[in-house]
Design a protein around this ligand. Structure first.
Ligand SMILES: [Zn+2]
Length: 283
């Protein structure tokens, strides 16, 4: 999926500007415009006065001076952070692109940003359906795992609120796939964006350089020192053929354009399709 829009409330990325599935309170901005990108910067880094203060902090970090505002500085770097630092350093010497990215990450460790919380389970009032995913798998974007659907979450370990650390989330089915419900019915899930979280225990940590390179070109840099998507961690979850899933969506019976008819006069075969928003969860 090539993202061109993002919801400021839940940070769900979409291929084009459209209403967020989470409701009318969620504002979606166009990332191909200067105005849309500035709205994302404001949401991530706060109002202008705070952004000025953070830019000064980044300037001090670049020259090695101690930071002036301790509320924006982590009090200690734990063993996990140290390991991450060493891992990112080793990664950095491999290419110059990785090097500049890591340098930015070291500086940004001093400043904290605002992300979104978990997306929640599903819209209220729609009955969940249980079944098994079926279909021809494609490769997932980051870990290259065979998948019928994928979810990506880019998060920060420098969130102002630790529970609101998601800066980018996207989920989609690369192609149509089916869910064989426990009552025997077959439901087709159309290709396209899904509501599917990358927080299941089977989600994998993905390469952050690959995740960075996958962001829209306009978002790979910074708005005067403040990165558009200042993530530290990339998680990817997939649904593979044979996985048990919970599907929450309105079902519609439509003509199946892909089915082969016995004769031109035979009635058009139909298929049950999950209508957007399609909420998918692994069991
Ligand atoms: Zn949203």
């Amino acid at each position: 999926m090539h993202a061109a829009a993002i919801c400021l409330a839940c940070r769900t990325a979409f291929p084009s500007p459209r209403p967020c599935d989470a409701g009318p309170d969620h504002v979606v901005v166009d990332l191909t415009t200067d105005e849309g990108r500035l709205r994302l910067v404001e949401e991530t880094w706060g109002p202008l006065a705070r952004r000025r203060r953070l830019r000064r902090l980044i300037g001090r970090g670049a020259t090695g001076s101690p930071p002036a505002h301790m509320d924006d500085v982590p009090t200690a770097i734990g063993p996990v952070s140290t390991l991450r630092f060493v891992a990112s350093f080793v990664e950095a010497i491999s290419t110059t692109i990785a090097d500049s990215l890591t340098e930015a990450r070291i500086l940004l460790r001093l400043v904290r940003c605002h992300g979104a919380r978990s997306h929640g389970l599903s819209p209220k009032g729609v009955r969940p359906l249980y079944g098994v995913a079926e279909g021809q798998p494609a490769r997932s974007p980051l870990c290259r795992r065979p998948c019928l659907a994928y979810a990506i979450a880019l998060s920060t370990d420098r969130a102002v609120d630790r529970d609101a650390d998601v800066l980018w989330r996207e989920a989609a089915a690369p192609h149509d796939f089916d869910v064989r419900l426990d009552d025997g019915r077959l439901v087709r899930v159309p290709a396209g964006p899904l509501w599917f979280e990358a927080d299941h225990p089977t989600a994998r940590h993905a390469d952050v350089v690959r995740a960075h390179d996958r962001l829209p070109v306009d978002l790979r840099g910074a708005d005067r020192d403040l990165l558009y998507v200042p993530f530290d961690e990339a998680l990817e979850e997939v649904v593979r053929p044979g996985d048990r899933v919970v599907l929450t969506a309105d079902l519609r019976r439509v003509e199946d354009a892909t089915a082969i008819r016995d004769s031109p006069r035979a009635p058009a075969p139909s298929v049950v399709v999950a209508a957007a928003p399609v909420v998918l969860r692994k069991m």
